[in-house]
Ligand binder design. Structure first.
Ligand code: SF4
Ligand code: FES
Length: 368
C-alpha cells in the first residue's frame, strides 16, 4: 500500500479536534456519536509535538476545532506555538467563550483567522437550535471583537428545515458581522445528525428557494462576503468530493490523537486508526492501512470503477456509504448512479413532509 501514499502530496492542512467537550448541544453535531473523554485528550506537550511534526511535514494550515476548542485552558499557548512553527492558524469556534481577555490573548498569540458558527438569524430561534440560552448574543459580541482585532472572520451557518426560512436574514447578519466568507452549509446526515434527520431535512421547495437566495446574494454582494454553498447530499445528483478525497490533502486529529481522514471516520466499524502517541504523523500518513484503504481509485467497484467522474469526486463520501449502504466501499448513495439514490431521495421528501420538530440534543457526558 505504501506506493499509493508515496504518489500523494503532503497534507496541505490539518484540523485538531482539541476536545469533544462543548457548551452547545447542536442536534447536527459533526463529532462522533461516541465522544472522547477529557482524560483521554492529548496533553499540552503532546499537542505541541503534533504541531512541530505537522510543520516539519510541510503542512501549511492548522485549524483548532472541537467540540469547543476554547474549553481547553492551553488554547492560547497552543496557538502561540503553532504561530512559532510557521503554521497559519484558524480557530473554529461557537464563540460563546470568546470574551475580551481571550480575544486579546489569542490575537497576541498570532491567531490568523476565526470561524464562528451561527444557528439562526435571531436569538430565540438560534438559542433553541443550539440548546444554549444567550449563545446568539455572545456570538455577535465575539464577532465584533474578532473584527476589532483585525482578524478575518468566516461565518458558518448550518441550514436545515427549521431555519431555512431565515436564510435571507442570515446573509444580512453575516454582512453586519463583517464576515469575509459565509458558509451556507446544509446539514449532512451522518453521525449525530442522522438521529435528527426527520426533524431537519428540508423539503425540495425549501432547497430550491435557498439556492435562489444564495445565487441572488452572490450577485448583489459581489464577494463581500464570499458565499460557499453546500446542499444536502440527499438531493444531489452527484456526490461531493468529500474532504477532497480520503487521506489526500487533509488530515484530522481526534482529541485522543488518532489520525483520521475525516471527522466521521471512526464511525466505520472495523477500521483501526493510528495514534500520534504510537507513531510519527509522517509514518501514519504514509503507511496507515486505514488511510491507504480508500485512497485514490483502486478500491472502487462498479459503477465507480468505470465512471468518467471517478478522478473528480473520488467516489464521494465513504462515511455516508457506510451509514446508508452498510458498506464503506459502496458508491456514495448521494450519487445518481447508486442503486440506493432514488430510495434516498424519496425518504428525504417523505420525512420532510411529515414536519417533525422535536430535536435530540447533543450532550457531552456529565452535561445536564
Ligand atoms: Fe462518482 Fe462513483 Fe457516482 Fe461516478 S458512479 S459519479 S465515480 S460516485
Ligand atoms: Fe468521512 Fe465523507 S465524512 S469520507
Amino acid at each position: 500500500m505504501t506506493h499509493i501514499a508515496a504518489e500523494l502530496d503532503i497534507p496541505l492542512a490539518a484540523m485538531g479536534e482539541m476536545t469533544h467537550r462543548c457548551p452547545l448541544h447542536c442536534p447536527y453535531c459533526s463529532n462522533p456519536v461516541s465522544l472522547a473523554k477529557a482524560s483521554d485528550e492529548l496533553s499540552t506537550d503532546e499537542w505541541r509535538r503534533v504541531l512541530d511534526e505537522l510543520a516539519g511535514l510541510g503542512v501549511l494550515q492548522f485549524h483548532f476545532s472541537g467540540g469547543e476548542p476554547l474549553v481547553r485552558r492551553d488554547i492560547v499557548e497552543l496557538v502561540a506555538h503553532a504561530t512559532k512553527v510557521g503554521l497559519y492558524t484558524n480557530l473554529i469556534t461557537s464563540a460563546v467563550l470568546l470574551d475580551e481577555a481571550k480575544m486579546t490573548a489569542l490575537a497576541e498569540a498570532g491567531l490568523n483567522h476565526v470561524q464562528i458558527s451561527i444557528q439562526g438569524a435571531d436569538a430565540a430561534s438560534a438559542d433553541r437550535i443550539a440548546g444554549f440560552k444567550g449563545g446568539h448574543d455572545k456570538k455577535l459580541a465575539a464577532a465584533k471583537r474578532v473584527r476589532e482585532a483585525g482578524i478575518p472572520l468566516t461565518v458558518n451557518a448550518v441550514m436545515h428545515r427549521q431555519n431555512l426560512d431565515q436564510l435571507s436574514d442570515i446573509v444580512e447578519l453575516a454582512v453586519a458581522m463583517d464576515a469575509s466568507r459565509l458558509e451556507v452549509a446544509h446539514v449532512q446526515y451522518y453521525g449525530w445528525a442522522l438521529k435528527n434527520r426527520a426533524a431537519l431535512i428540508p423539503t425540495p421547495d425549501q432547497l430550491d428557494e435557498a439556492t435562489h437566495i444564495v445565487d441572488a446574494a452572490r450577485v448583489r454582494l459581489k464577494g463581500r462576503p464570499l458565499i460557499d454553498y453546500v446542499i444536502p447530499d440527499y438531493y444531489a445528483e452527484t456526490p461531493k468530493t468529500c474532504m477532497g478525497g480520503w487521506a489526500r490533502s487533509f488530515l484530522i486529529l481526534s482529541p485522543a490523537g488518532k489520525v483520521l481522514p475525516c471527522h466521521a471516520a471512526e464511525s466505520l466499524t472495523g477500521l483501526s486508526f493510528d495514534s500520534v502517541r504510537d507513531r510519527s504523523i509522517a509514518d501514519i500518513w504514509r503507511d496507515s492501512p486505514a488511510l491507504n484503504l480508500y485512497r485514490g481509485t483502486g478500491w472502487m467497484a462498479e459503477p465507480c470503477r468505470s465512471c468518467d467522474f471517478r478522478e473528480i469526486d473520488l467516489g464521494g463520501c465513504r462515511c455516508q456509504a457506510f451509514a446508508l449502504a452498510g458498506d464503506a466501499a459502496a458508491t456514495d448513495p448521494a450519487c445518481g448512479r447508486s442503486p440506493l439514490h432514488r430510495e434516498l431521495f424519496f425518504l428525504a421528501v417523505t420525512e420532510a413532509s411529515e414536519d417533525r420538530r422535536t430535536l435530540v440534543y447533543r450532550k457531552y457526558a456529565g452535561q445536564s
